[in-house]
Design a protein around this ligand. Structure first.
Ligand SMILES: *Cc1c(COP(=O)(O)O)cnc(C)c1O
Length: 396
């Protein structure tokens, strides 16, 4: 297997050389002042990427899943009612975690391929006169289906119902790749990990909490130790950790923020949108459909592509890896075998994307699908040529 090819999975994403080097550090005493020079810029960088002035950022040695646990155990108590929609594998897993923690989840079953139903949220919240619902979960970008949801609309639903529940958002596959406005959207807790938009190895859970979420920490009764934000806050006050920090990854995070902010956040989002539009042009040229039902929910970080009835989409992923050394994402849960996914986030350019599309065409042709070689690539090329393609140096 060749390790020269970019991956096209929606995390872990391709790592820029500069970030790999930033993570590769000699041993550093995390109780020395040197550590603060890594920690503080990393925390400040994340705040800028989240567009928040008021939230505090906490970074745990963990992954996005640990970020979910951090958020719920620090803000909620056993038996609390929470509201969540299930529209894919990741929203499902977060709901499952809540249930296993003894929370009562009002689950709004939502078609896989649709966005979060903000209008249903509003009805349920409005009916909850006694404010029994303590939190609303929202997965900003459902990585299993390639569906982006409107977090501002979820906030409007809470406001319209005049409801005080916390708004807890999974931004694992959106943050640092798609626009995320923590303060403007009134997000109380945001969760991500290091291995998606931040282009780093897996190993960090990145969490931000609004002042309202921080206030909830004092009354929350779910058990927590490793993920107790109070311990982290206390340690941060003296540039330390309650245990051994992942220093190399934190140094990578600091550099990643510099890289993203250096490119310019709006440029990062535009690049992701342009790359995604090229992929979507290719999918149309192949005569295939996206799992995402309508353009307003198309994700700019991952496309889940439906394959014809009777065809096992997972074969595409297996064959691409075996014959061409290229990784695509399999379908998960309800859409397993029905879709394959092209991840297009992180360190990626138009030209890298074309190689993935060309590979997908070879694979589909090998497997007997009615795909004309070059058709999707040509559609994407036309789009990239005409949509002001930029030689994105920082992204490479
Ligand atoms: C990847 C992902 C997760 C899980 O993150 P891990 O880092 O694998 O624990 C959660 N939510 C979404 C939307 C994701 O894409």
């Amino acid at each position: 297997m060749s390790f020269q090819n970019p991956v096209f999975i929606p995390g872990p994403t391709n790592m820029p050389e500069a970030l790999r080097k930033a993570c590769d550090m000699p041993t550093l005493d995390h109780r020395s002042p040197l550590f603060g020079d890594i920690l503080q810029p990393a925390l400040q960088g994340v705040k800028k990427i989240l567009k928040t002035e008021v939230a505090e950022v906490f970074v745990f040695p963990s992954t996005g899943t640990g970020g979910w646990e951090t958020v719920i155990t620090n803000t909620l108590s056993p038996g609390d009612r929470i509201l969540a929609a299930r529209n894919g594998m990741f929203s499902h897993r977060w709901i499952d975690m809540c249930q296993r923690h003894g929370l009562k989840v009002d689950v709004v079953e939502t078609p896989w391929g649709a966005g979060l139903p903000a209008d249903r949220y509003e009805e349920i919240l409005t009916a909850d006169k006694n404010h029994e619902i303590k939190a609303v979960l929202a997965t900003h970008n459902e990585t299993a289906t390639g569906v982006k949801s409107n977090i501002a609309a979820v906030r409007r639903a809470l406001n319209a119902a005049n409801h005080p529940a916390l708004l807890l958002v999974d931004g694992v596959s959106s943050i640092a790749s798609m626009d995320f406005r923590m303060d403007e959207w009134g997000v109380d807790a945001a969760v991500t990990g290091s291995q998606k938009g931040f282009m780093l190895p897996a190993g960090l859970a990145i969490v931000a909490m609004s002042p309202k979420a921080q206030a909830a920490i004092e009354t929350a009764k779910l058990p927590r130790t490793f993920f107790d934000v109070r311990d982290m806050m206390k340690a941060y006050a003296s540039n330390a950790y309650p245990y051994t920090p992942a220093v190399g990854l934190l140094n990578g995070l600091k550099q990643s923020c510099d890289m993203l902010l250096g490119e310019g956040l709006e440029n990062v989002f535009t690049r992701h949108h342009r790359i995604a539009e090229g992929v979507r042009a290719a999918v149309r040229a192949w005569g295939l459909d996206l799992c995402a039902k309508s353009p307003d929910v198309y994700s700019d970080t991952v496309s889940a592509i439906r394959t014809p009835e009777g065809f096992n989409a997972t074969d595409i992923v297996t064959h691409a890896a075996g014959k061409y050394g290229v990784a695509f994402g399999v379908g998960l849960g309800e859409v397993a075998g029905k879709v394959f996914r092209i991840g297009h986030l992180g360190s990626l350019t138009d030209v890298m994307t074309l190689s993935g599309l060309a590979t997908a065409e070879m694979v589909m042709a090998d497997l007997g699908l009615d795909i004309k070689l070059g058709s999707g690539v040509a559609a994407a090329q036309e789009y990239y040529r005409n949509e002001g393609a930029i030689a994105s140096k920082e992204a490479a």
